[in-house]
Design a protein around this ligand. Structure first.
Ligand code: NAP
Length: 242
């Protein structure tokens, strides 16, 4: 497969870094787009360089429509977009503030509009593109204390299905990945006792690995996956089957 240009939002995070590495190993030119300033981005690039990777970094706050357009203008034509940036602001709905509702909607769902908009015309013109939205098991099944996150993550897949139909004839695929619990810093920070309870509910008997998500992203980004569009791939160790 020829070298493509990939942008991974939240690319310096736990899952994002693994996605950047696997896409690079598949031969693509990879840019991490993240909210950290250019100095922190440069530190991340230098640390990855020491591991043998040659990444670009572009600052992009995915809640900022104009900022995303400016970031994509810096990168140039993008063939593969991975909408991976995400946050949680958990509270039971009775206590959920509008601020936390808006923050989660902005980062997890508005982001998909903000980043896809500036790349889609080029993909349509070139007749090839891959858009991969990182959702969550909790967007599929709902989760206590996460009305905001569950709604935003479910919304991502609605976007996937609609855009997949609009772009299928133009060589573009649009897919969602819904990870279950993955052993990132965020999950490892959960109290061990609670984490053990979570693991007990996963038939495979362990947390997922960032590399497992990254391998699926890399496959969906490949030419081999050209017949997969509009799908929502669950990668959750059997925790939720539908
Ligand atoms: P993470 O390590 O916290 O990574 C998220 C990244 O997004 C961070 O680099 C973060 O930057 C960045 N980010 C936050 N707000 C942003 C904004 N406004 N603009 C641009 N970037 C922003 O989390 P992760 O575990 O790798 O999660 C990656 C994705 O997988 C998320 O969408 C998450 O919802 C989804 N997911 C994760 C799990 C899991 O078990 N970990 C399970 C299901 C789904 P800062 O760190 O500087 O804030």
């Amino acid at each position: 497969m020829s070298q493509k240009v990939a942008v991974v939002t939240g690319g310096t995070g736990g899952i994002g870094t693994a996605i950047c590495k696997k896409l690079a190993a598949a031969g693509h030119k990879v840019w991490a787009a993240d909210i950290a300033d250019d100095a922190k981005g440069a530190e991340w690039v230098a640390a990855r360089k020491a591991e043998g990777f040659d990444f670009g970094y572009v600052r992009a706050d995915v809640t900022d429509t104009e900022g995303c357009a400016a970031a994509i203008a810096k990168v140039g034509p993008v063939d593969i977009l991975v909408n991976n940036a995400g946050i949680t602001r958990d509270a039971v709905f009775k206590k959920l503030s509008k601020v936390d509702w808006d923050a989660v909607m902005g980062t997890n769902l508005d982001s998909v509009f903000n980043m896809t908009k500036p790349v889609i015309d080029g993909m349509l013109e070139r007749g090839w593109g891959r858009i991969i939205n990182i959702s969550s098991i909790n967007g599929q099944k709902g989760q206590f204390g996460q009305t905001n996150y569950s709604a935003a993550k479910a919304g991502m897949h609605g976007f996937t299905k609609a855009l997949a139909q609009e772009t299928a004839k133009k060589g573009i695929t649009v897919n969602t990945i819904s990870p279950g619990y993955i052993g990132t810093d965020m999950v490892m920070a959960i109290k061990e006792e609670i984490r053990e309870q979570i693991i007990a509910g996963i038939p495979v008997g362990r947390l997922g690995k960032p590399d497992e998500i990254a391998a699926l992203v890399t496959y969906l980004a490949s030419d081999d996956a050209g017949f997969i569009t509009g799908s929502n791939v669950a990668i959750n160790g059997g925790q939720h089957m539908f």
